[in-house]
Design a protein around this ligand. Structure first.
Ligand code: SAM
Length: 460
């Protein structure tokens, strides 16, 4: 009944508007509709309906009324995408975005509302995603969050035709030149500007097209990895010294630059050590160029604490271990920790970070490791922290075969998490605690820490 009333109130305008307006607008259709926004959905947009069909509209808020232009109509999939032409009724929760690039820039989705609201959106999305997959979430979803600004310790920026640094546009692959980025550590923005100033004086065909900048939590050390297009005839040595000087001067930090191992044609000359030291709690970690490391410098300590606190025993497995963020901490409470990581950029640092501890680094894929070890060994704890694709069927089956007393699943994608949890619960694990961990404030991305209890302990 309510739905019908809402639909009635969605006055259809169907005003023709010129196609192809706006940067990169797909403009497959020019229909204009007035919609009422219902709720946030994963991916940064908000759900509205036109004649029952789902329409995803970015940069709106629940309860708002807007005149929107349909930009893509995915008939086969039964949904459409739209952009706001005019906000008719704004929600009281709407605020002015802090960043002047919010909107065109593809980096942030939620700067138009307060932080508490953003957290509520993410909890709602997480609960719904779990429940849609048939996973009953605990009554209370916990939250781990911190300061929502200047948190990023890593940015990847491109350079436009004038050499200005920028991010990819929200609606296309075009570059949006940036003058600031309030979600990133200021050091990174200064370094990007410094690199841009030097590169602006270099002919476009001799410029790297992107730089990946990574700093430690205190902004005292910085890694810069420059990327050049495949096959480009670059002679970067002549500008390397100037670039280094300017970036260091602006950043005010020690700089180590280098290539990504395994991708020599895409990167420039190596200078410096190629790694930095990242302090988490009482622990120093070596992190090399190209190695994965958690992105939110305000939350890494809290995350490690949430994953490892109170965990002890004889044997723990840290699968998808990166440079050993969790394994190093677990080594304080376990007689043996096996840390499995497949990326060559991470395995050397993983070995170094576990040296002299009860941890052992295994350079292998998780699947290969489990195929060899899942039957016959039962660790007291398994931590899994896979990439977006999640664990997948065979790993879930093997983890079910292990039946460890405790399993902690750290996930950066709620949909694959929900799919895997369903399989693990069917295999005998029970979901005990879920924490929405807001590693990416102002954006739609969300991390989850799910704690499961295994069949062995429950039977005992
Ligand atoms: C989300 S990161 C987590 C890393 C680490 N737990 C941390 O918090 O720093 C996922 C890690 O899994 C690694 N990885 C990806 N696919 C893998 C696989 N099939 N087997 C083992 N490691 C893999 C990646 O290189 C990356 O280091």
């Amino acid at each position: 009944m309510k739905g019908r009333q809402e639909r009635k109130s969605q006055r259809k305008l169907r005003t023709p508007v010129p196609k192809g307006e706006g940067p990169g607008a797909p403009a497959r259709t020019s229909e204009v509709e007035v919609v009422t926004i219902e709720k946030p959905v994963y991916g940064g947009s908000f759900l509205a309906r036109v004649e029952g069909k789902a329409v995803f509209v970015p940069m709106t808020l629940p309860g708002e009324q807007a005149r929107v232009r349909i930009t893509e109509d995915k008939d086969k999939r039964g949904y459409a995408k739209a952009e706001v032409e005019q906000l008719i009724a704004a929600a009281p929760e709407r605020i002015k975005a802090r960043c002047p690039h919010f909107g065109p820039c593809g980096g942030c989705n939620y700067q138009h509302t307060g932080y508490e609201n953003q957290i509520a959106f993410k909890k709602e999305i997480l609960r719904e995603t779990l429940e849609r997959a048939g996973v009953t979430a605990p009554d209370e979803i916990g939250v781990l969050a911190a300061e929502p600004w200047e948190y990023r310790n890593r940015i990847r920026v491109g350079f436009d035709a004038e050499g200005r640094p920028g991010y990819r546009s929200r609606r296309s692959h075009d570059l949006i030149a940036i003058a600031e980025c309030p979600i990133s550590a200021p050091l990174l923005v200064r370094a990007a500007m410094g690199a841009g100033e030097v590169l602006a004086r270099v002919p476009a065909n001799l410029r790297p097209h992107e730089v990946l900048l990574f700093c430690n939590a205190e902004e005292r050390e910085l890694l810069a990895t420059f990327f050049v297009k495949e096959g480009a005839q670059l002679k970067l040595e002549p500008i390397a010294a100037t670039l280094r000087e300017r970036v260091v001067e602006l950043a005010g930090a020690e700089l180590a630059t280098g290539g990504r191992p395994g991708h020599p044609p895409r990167t420039m000359a190596r200078w410096g050590s190629g790694s930095l030291t990242y302090r988490v709690g009482a622990q120093d970690y070596r992190v090399d160029h190209g190695a994965f490391f958690q992105v939110n410098r305000w939350l890494i300590d809290g995350m490690v604490e949430r994953v490892t606190a109170g965990q002890q025993g004889m044997l723990a497995w840290d699968l998808f271990a990166g440079v050993g963020l969790f394994a190093r901490q677990l080594a304080n409470g376990f007689d043996k920790v096996v840390a499995v990581e497949s990326a060559p950029m991470s395995t050397e640092a993983l070995k170094a970070n576990l040296a002299g501890t009860t941890g052992e680094a295994v350079a292998a894929s998780t699947l290969d490791f489990l195929r060899e070890n899942a039957r016959g060994v039962r660790p007291d704890l398994i931590v899994v922290d896979p990439p977006r694709t999640g664990l997948g069927e065979e790993i879930n089956t093997l983890l079910n075969a292990v039946g460890a007393p405790a399993l902690v699943y750290v996930s950066c994608d709620p949909a694959t998490l929900a799919r895997d949890l369903r399989a693990l619960i069917a295999g005998g694990y029970a979901l005990e605690r879920v924490t929405m961990t807001d590693l990416f404030p102002q954006t739609f991305h969300l991390e989850t820490i799910a704690v499961l209890r295994g069949p062995a302990l429950r039977q005992g």
